[in-house]
Design a protein around this ligand. Sequence first.
Ligand code: ATP
Length: 195
Amino acid sequence: MIIGLTGGIGSGKTAVSDSFEQLGIVIVDADLASRVVVEKGKPCLEEISKHFGSDILSQSGELDRAKLREIIFKSKEEKDWLESLLHPAIAKQIQDELSDSSSPYTILVSPLLLETNQKDFCTKVLVVDVPIETQIERTLKRDGVSEEQVQSIIKAQISRQDRLNQADEVIVNDGSLEDLKLAVDALHKKFISET
Ligand code: ATP
């Protein structure tokens, strides 16, 4: 059984996945997978440097993410090219990690679970939901960014209602971290009973 865990910025995905991990559940992180496929020596990084030129690499041969972001921000064509290279590679990386898992069920945590085909890997979708004010307050405290920046990220993400409409399970993260742990414990028991 694969549980897809998602939620908006600062909703508590990491706090929730940390709690599942403490219960012995394997966590596959889609953000990490998307970084692994462009590590030094990986075929995707070679393709990227062939396509954009070796200037896209730092002196030590790592991907210069800021430079790449700048290019794809300016050109839809380049963005599409990059996505068509990376999406299948990321999907394969996620699939490999999921099939390596030996815990009773596995969590796939992804901010883009519902916006990508990553949800197709999942038996169920678990959404961490918080009121928007709490989401903003916690993100500001964590990242020290401006409220406008957080608002614009929230606007670019799928809406709270759309996300909730696609949820099989919801954790409402509007209490303490202790309350959150208790909610995870309860869901863990439920998932175990369903395996
Ligand atoms: P992102 O998508 O931006 O990576 P996220 O969904 O993983 O965010 P977290 O990093 O888990 O969110 O939580 C955001 C911040 O809020 C963190 O600093 C976290 O410690 C804090 N936080 C999460 N849940 C609670 C809670 N119930 N009470 C207090 N603080 C919380």
